[in-house]
Every structure is written in structure tokens, then in C-alpha cells.
Design a protein around this ligand. Structure first.
Ligand code: DGY
Length: 324
């Protein structure tokens, strides 16, 4: 019998990280690489010392309360942890860690990619070309809108939002505005030349592009509601690389199809991997399959960050990235 801690990876990780972990722990990998059901996760709670889930796993109170639980650490692969009931974990004395920092720039790049794709109608253009509908260059063909001099309104102003602000300001010559639960320090605002709005309603009405960077969960559910979509400019774009339920998807479909806002770029959805059929039918929305952190370098760095937390925990040292 192995004396090494037992660790479950609920999905396949990059080969480098799987190998690194296998050299240090008694690792079980879900070779099927499809989400484990509640029964499999419950069995893992009883047989493993740590579980390393992703956004596709639901680590709820019922699971954490599994009888004869052995798990002591949830080493989440990802920075967002709204799929883990952290209150229940705290109550049951189960530690939780996440993977901040290493995916900041990669995710911010994707927010910029979506902004450019939507504003320059790249998805529409590619579909037209691939479907053989392109009839050649003409002055009025697929005209988009420029971003230089426009105002980017960030909701949430953490690491990813600030990296997006930096790239948008220095790379695209945009102005920066933001709202967040806590106002940033004066030097941070100065660094980004960012204007603070203490009201989301006012921010969405004033900006040309709204990009979401707040956490998921009950406090931000449908933060972008039908009412807030109505407040946005008819030329405005909405970008979501945060969590799907932050946006009322049905209301967004309505706003986009009625031309109440000009476009949207989405990487996350209310019911992943299901996408609202109304979105699929629209041309003024760019839809990506939750690719925010999806580069080889970043996905390996995320795994290594989980590894650091596992190693610290089982060596009795403080977690590198404690959530609970
Ligand atoms: C993150 O890191 O939060 C990604 O969205 C995947 O969970």
C-alpha cells in the first residue's frame, strides 16, 4: 500500500503536470476526461486525500458532507471557485485552494480578442468566406467600429481586469473606467488612468465596451439584467470572460436581436456546455467555448500551481493560494 497521499484529478491535465504529480503522489486521473457524476465524486471523497476539480465539477454541500470522508483538500484547477461551496468546506474543516496569477494575461488576451472580433465583425467575416458567400472587396463591406478613443468599462477590477485595462489602453488606445465592490488604491487608478464609477447602472450607460471580470455566484447572478442592457448605448459591446450566469442570457438574446446593443463576445455561458439557441442564431455575437486560460503554457502553469498547493498542504506548510 502506498504511503503517498491519494490525489484525484477529475479531468486530464497536461502531460508535464500529470507526470510531475505522479512522481510525488498516488494519483488517479479520470481517463475518460468527461465530468464525473455525483456517485463517482462521492466515492472519491471517501477514498482520496485531495480532489482537484475544475469548473465542470459541482463540489456542493452534499458532496462535502459525504459520510466517511477522507478528503482534506480541494485543490481547484482554476482561479474561479464558484462551483465549490466554500462555506460548507469551511464548516467541515476542508481546505480549498485555487490558481490565481498564472492565467491573468492569458485570460485578458482573450477578452481583448473578443473585443476585436466583435468590433471588427471577424466571426461574421469568417463565416461568410468559409460558406463561399464572399463576393470581393468593396468600401461598405462588413464595416465594424474602431476602438481607439472609446471607453472600456470593466466590472470587477482584480488582476485579470487590470491586465485587460493595460492591454486596452496601451495596445488599443482605449480609455478605462471601472466599477468594483471596493475602489482600487489611488496609485492603481493612476497606473491605468482609470475612472471609478460607484454605480454599475452609470458605468454601463457611459461606456462603449463593457467587459465582465467579477466572480460568479449568488452576488453577481444576472448582474447584467434586461434593465442594465437597456441602459447601455445602442453602439455598445458586451464582453464576458468571467462566468456565464453574470449575464441574463435570454435578455441578452433579446437585446442583441432587437439591436439595443451592437454586439457581444462571450467565452462563458449560463448552462455550459449548453448555449442559448437564440445566441447561436445571431450574427452580432462571437461565441467561444470557455477558452480564457487555454494556452499550453498557462494550462501547465495552472497545474503546477495546484501541485504547489498539494505539496505545501501535505508537508504541513501554509497553502500557497488559500481560499479556505
Ligand atoms: C478559471 O480559472 O476560473 C477558468 O474559468 C476555468 O475554471
Amino acid at each position: 500500500m502506498s504511503a503517498r497521499p491519494r490525489v484525484l484529478l477529475t479531468r486530464r491535465w497536461t502531460a508535464e503536470v500529470e507526470q510531475y504529480l505522479a512522481e510525488r503522489f498516488d494519483v488517479t486521473v479520470n481517463e475518460s476526461d468527461t465530468p464525473l457524476d455525483a456517485a463517482a465524486l462521492t466515492a472519491a471523497m471517501q477514498s482520496q486525500d485531495a480532489i482537484c476539480p475544475t469548473v465542470t465539477d459541482r463540489i456542493d454541500r452534499q458532496l462535502l458532507a459525504a459520510p466517511n470522508r477522507r478528503v482534506r483538500l480541494i485543490g481547484n484547477y482554476g482561479v474561479g471557485f464558484n462551483h465549490v461551496d466554500v462555506e460548507a468546506a469551511k464548516e467541515f474543516g476542508i481546505r480549498v485552494s485555487n490558481t490565481p496569477d498564472v492565467l491573468t494575461d492569458t485570460t485578458a488576451d482573450l477578452a481583448i480578442l473578443l473585443m476585436l472580433m466583435v468590433s471588427r465583425r471577424a466571426g461574421e467575416g469568417e463565416r461568410e468566406l468559409r460558406e463561399g458567400r464572399w463576393t470581393g472587396w468593396r468600401p461598405t463591406h462588413l464595416m465594424g467600429q474602431g476602438l481607439a478613443g472609446k471607453t472600456l468599462g470593466l466590472i470587477g477590477f482584480g488582476r485579470i481586469a487590470q491586465s485587460t485595462a493595460r492591454k486596452a489602453r496601451l495596445g488599443l488606445d482605449m480609455r478605462i473606467a471601472y466599477n468594483s465592490r471596493r475602489r482600487a488604491a489611488a496609485d492603481v487608478e493612476a497606473e491605468h488612468q482609470a475612472t471609478y464609477f460607484d454605480s454599475v447602472d452609470e458605468l454601463v450607460a457611459a461606456c462603449d465596451v463593457i467587459s465582465l471580470h467579477c466572480p460568479g455566484g449568488a452576488s453577481t447572478h444576472h448582474l447584467i439584467s434586461a434593465e442594465r442592457l437597456r441602459r447601455m448605448k445602442s453602439t455598445a459591446l458586451l464582453i464576458n470572460t468571467a462566468r456565464g450566469p453574470v449575464v441574463d442570457e435570454a435578455a441578452l438574446v433579446e437585446a442583441l436581436s432587437q439591436g439595443r446593443i451592437a454586439g457581444a463576445g462571450l467565452d462563458v455561458y449560463e448552462q455550459e456546455p449548453k448555449v442559448h439557441p437564440g445566441l447561436l442564431a445571431l450574427d452580432n455575437v462571437v461565441l467561444l467555448p470557455h477558452l480564457g486560460s487555454a494556452t499550453r503554457e498557462t494550462r501547465t502553469a495552472m497545474g503546477m500551481r495546484v501541485a504547489e498547493n498539494l505539496e505545501a498542504f501535505f508537508a504541513g506548510r501554509p497553502l500557497r493560494d488559500p481560499v479556505v
